[in-house]
Design a protein around this ligand. Structure first.
Ligand code: NAD
Length: 359
């Protein structure tokens, strides 16, 4: 076995359909008496329910969360928390709401209780991001890691089928890259394999019947494990490409992950035999790249970068940008390889483990 370093960070996970009802006890456990609830405008209804459940432990709602945490939104959130004299934050929503909570916590050190409603996984990572102009800056601080996460799958019943599919594939991407991370370790790989297997089993059931609560719970369990991998080990080419396409070409977050994942796997897995074995075992197939592409089609996820709005004449620039300060990657990178990967993803061609032979 390769030597490794494994950090375990304290996080309290309260899991189960209906567990939002335990919010009051969980706030008491952390000593929070003046919580500010955060949400997007679209999920204000959830924020109001959370506020009611928190009762007199809640001092208000800030429903201004938007995608990619613009610095002005983060500042408005910090101001709202200070004006309300809040002593804790409750983030009720997806990665955008969690992102706002983290930006506020970075400035104020307030503890976060997370109530996730997508499969993005931000609730179990110390990673934060903020956008100024066209540039998204990310960083890592344990100050922003939520202290308690309440996973109540009944809150995901309203997640639209499209976002369910892409958010679930986004979660699989975290764990798949974690399997071949430079700092991979057997504990995170165990989480990754179990997380990917759970999501791959549950997502087709959820997309066929969005009100299947048991399948929603399995998907959420998988998302927790996959998010933990994202927070625990480093990411590689797949995440670099998605950050480039999201940050500089404004492509939507989860959808971009869903499109790129099979191509990143086709490129990297031939150079990462243990990851290939584990991913194959989790999915029950010999070629995970083809399998993930087919899973995307089965779930109705977008099939190509072209359908996401990227233009053919932007591919050269995207490849150049992805090659600027690249992340560590298990297979050596070249402009030509990245350009070819982007072309295949642009066209939505079915990839396999031989797609990059000889490049
Ligand atoms: P999101 O939070 O942007 O949500 C998309 C939309 O769906 C919003 O309008 C939201 O209100 C709505 N929504 C969420 N859950 C719903 C539900 N159950 N029912 C109905 N509507 C619902 O989407 P996301 O994919 O969860 O988050 C994407 C953002 O999270 C990106 O900015 C990404 O960079 C960030 N992210 C960060 C990390 C991290 O570790 N820091 C990890 C993953 C994603």
């Amino acid at each position: 076995m390769k030597p490794f370093t494994y950090n375990s960070r304290p996080a309290r996970i309260v899991f189960g359909a209906g567990s939002l009802e335990r919010l009051g006890e969980e706030l008491d456990e952390l000593g929070i008496r003046r919580a500010l609830v955060l949400s997007t405008p679209e999920q204000r209804f959830l924020a109001d329910r959370v506020r009611k459940l928190a009762g007199e432990r809640c001092v208000g709602v800030f429903d201004g969360a938007v995608m990619h945490v613009p610095v002005a939104t983060a500042q408005a959130g910090v101001d709202a928390a200070r004006e309300a004299d809040a002593d804790g934050l409750i983030a009720a929503g997806g990665g955008s709401t969690l992102g706002l909570a983290k930006a506020i916590a970075l400035e104020t050190s307030l503890p976060i209780v997370a109530v996730p409603t997508t499969y993005a996984g931000s609730e179990v990572t110390p990673i934060y991001g903020m956008t100024a102009g066209n540039e998204k800056k990310t960083g890592k601080s344990y100050r922003v890691l939520p202290r308690t996460v309440i996973y109540d799958a009944s809150l995901t019943l309203t997640l639209p089928a499209g976002l369910t599919a892409t958010s679930g594939l986004n979660a699989i991407a975290h764990a798949a890259e974690g399997l071949y991370a430079q700092d991979a370790n057997p504990v995170m790989s165990m989480f990754a394999e179990e997380g990917i297997g759970s999501l791959a089993r549950a997502l087709p059931l959820v997309c066929a019947r969005p009100d299947d609560l048991a399948a929603r719970e399995t998907a959420q369990y998988g998302a927790w494990l996959c998010g933990t991998v994202l927070g625990g080990v480093g990411m590689a080419l797949h995440h670099k490409l998605c950050h480039t396409l999201g940050g500089s070409f404004n492509l939507p977050h989860a959808e971009t992950h869903a499109v790129i994942l099979p191509y990143a796997m086709a490129f990297n897995l031939p150079s990462a035999p243990e990851a290939l074995q584990r991913l194959g075992r989790a999915l029950g197939v010999a070629d995970p790249a083809t399998c993930l592409h087919e899973l995307g089609r089965q779930l109705g996820a977008p099939a190509s970068l072209e359908t996401l709005g990227l233009k053919a004449d932007q591919l050269d620039h995207a490849a150049e940008m992805a090659m600027r300060s690249p992340y560590w990657n298990p297979r050596p990178l070249s402009y030509d390889a990245v350009r070819r990967l982007l072309q295949l993803a642009f066209d939505g061609v079915r990839p396999d483990l031989a797609s990059f032979n000889g490049i």
